[in-house]
Structures are given as C-alpha cells and as structure tokens.
Design a protein around this ligand. Sequence first.
Ligand SMILES: Cc1ncc(C[n+]2csc(CCOP(=O)(O)OP(=O)(O)O)c2C)c(N)n1
Ligand SMILES: [Mg+2]
Length: 317
Amino acid sequence: MKTDGQRELKKQLYYRMLLLRRSEERIVANYHLREMRSPPHMYMGHEAVAAGVCAALRREDVIYPYYRSHGWYLAKGGDLNEMIAELHGRATGCSRGWGGSMHLIHIPSGVMGTTAIVSGNISHAAGAALAFRMKGLNAISVAIFGDGATEEGVFHETLNFAAVYKLPMIFVCENNIYATNTHIKDRQAQTDIFRRADGYGMPGMRIDGNDVLRVYDETGRAVERARIGDGPTLLEYMTYRYLEHCGVNEDLELGYRTEDEVRRWMSIDPVHTAEKFVSEQERKNMESEISAKLDEAFAFAKSSPWPETLIAEEAGA
Ligand SMILES: Cc1ncc(C[n+]2csc(CCOP(=O)(O)OP(=O)(O)O)c2C)c(N)n1
Ligand SMILES: [Mg+2]
C-alpha cells in the first residue's frame, strides 16, 4: 500500500515537472513570433523546487511567488490556458491581459499574485499567514524568492516578524547562485542563506533543489511545523537557471558564467533525473497529454480578444 502511494507520488511529481518544462519549451519556441510581448523570466532548470514544494501543500494553502513565476503558477494548479493567454496580452489571461509573465494570479488554486518587485512578495505572504491565524484557519502561506532577494531589508524584517509571532508560513529561497548576472560571492560575504534563519530564531536548512523527493520531504516537514503552530522555516533550495536572466535565449556570450558550469548543472537536470519514476509508456502518455494541453492553450490564447480598453484606445475613444 505504502509502495503504491510512493509510486503514485513519484508519478505526480514527474508529471508536474514535465508540464513545467514542456510549457517553458513551448514558450521559447514561439517567442520569436513576437505575439508574446511580455518579458519572461524562464524557470527552466528550477522545476523540482516548484513541483516538490507545491505537492506538499494543500489547495487552500497560498503561495506568493516572484517574477520567475511560470513554474510556480502551474505547479500550484494555475490554469494553463489563462497563463498562456496572459503572456499573449489577451483579455482571457489570468490578469486580463494587463499583467504579463511577471504578474500571474490564480486565486482558486492559491496563487495569490506574482511580482516584479524583488522581495516585495515576502511581507505579503506574512500578511496572509497572520490573517489565517486571526481567522482561525488552518491554511499556511509560502513566500518564494531568489537568493538576490535576501539582500533586501524586507526579507530580514519579515523573517523577524514571522518568527516572533510564530506565523503559519514557510520561506522558500531558490538559490540559483546569480542575481541577474552577478555571482552570490560578489554580493554576500556569508553565502549560506539558510544560516540567516538562526539569527531570527527559526529553523533553516539548505537542500538540493534538483532532487524533487528531497524538496517534497523537507517542505512537508516545514508545512507540518507551520500547521501545528510551531512557526516558520527558511528552506534554501540550491538550483540553477538554464537561460538568460530575462528572455528565452542562452547567454554564455555575456561571460559571467562558463559553459562548464552550465553543463555540470544540466548533468543533474531535475526532470531528466526523475524519468526513472515512470515507465516508458507512462512517460509517452504524459508527453502526449501535455502536448495536447499546450496546443489547446496556445490556440485559446491566439483566438482570444484583446482587453477592451486597448481596443477602445485604438479606436480613439
Ligand atoms: C526592489 C527591486 N530591486 C531591483 C530590481 C531589479 N532586479 C530584477 S531581478 C533582480 C535579480 C534578483 O535575483 P534573485 O533574487 O537571485 O532571483 P533570480 O532572478 O536569480 O531568480 C534584480 C536586481 C527589482 N526588480 N526590484
Ligand atoms: Mg538568483
């Protein structure tokens, strides 16, 4: 029974990661058509973090991701059609076509809105956690951010506040070593982000963010602590971004990282590593299901109307 449950979990985790990866690949493949005009911060390489964290959450739990957001939106259960329509600036998009890639939202599945303001979402997540406490709800809130965000004041203030009030929340840092094109060693004298937790009186740990089962397990423990009233945890997931900081291209020509480094991370690719969780037939079925969903989402986006105000403006109204 337990083994069946484990296998089902692994299948679900793999499916989730595959959906994220294939969605990103489709966005990359179509971007040159210039029909998606919103600058995308691609998630490729990070998939195990969003998939593992979101699998450990309930639907009523909420997430506050940052602008590298496609993976988080989809992993928590956001609507694919609405995301692709949003990237195309259409009225059927999750932000009615006005927000684009950095402003995804899907309240029914607990995606409370993504933001371009580095660290801006962290205090919002604490606000939600405080509201859950005040209303006597059992839900938890998750703040999601990059390594660069930990250099902002609001990160530190929110850790302190959340620890003092033992808020039902989790701090998830995706440490991909770079903030835009600057290495963490050129930005922080002490680069163990998880150690900041100790200074504020909460547990903190660094975890392999490319190992989806470990992500799921460690998040699960933090969720449990938050849910029973033991307060927040800082989880630092080590992972790597494959494409340029913003956009759909590779960026080796910029010279801030080496081909060797990129190759090393790709050799422990989270999606590829988890292929063994499913049979060949299951993988093929998942591939065709996802491909069909993406065909539908792009067709939906392209046939959707523009936001009305834009049409009115074009007509000179
Ligand atoms: C408050 C604020 N300061 C600066 C920026 C410009 N900016 C956008 S992304 C970024 C780097 C953030 O890096 P990190 O938090 O590591 O996330 P990553 O992009 O690596 O996922 C910066 C400085 C911003 N959007 N908001
Ligand atoms: Mg980073």
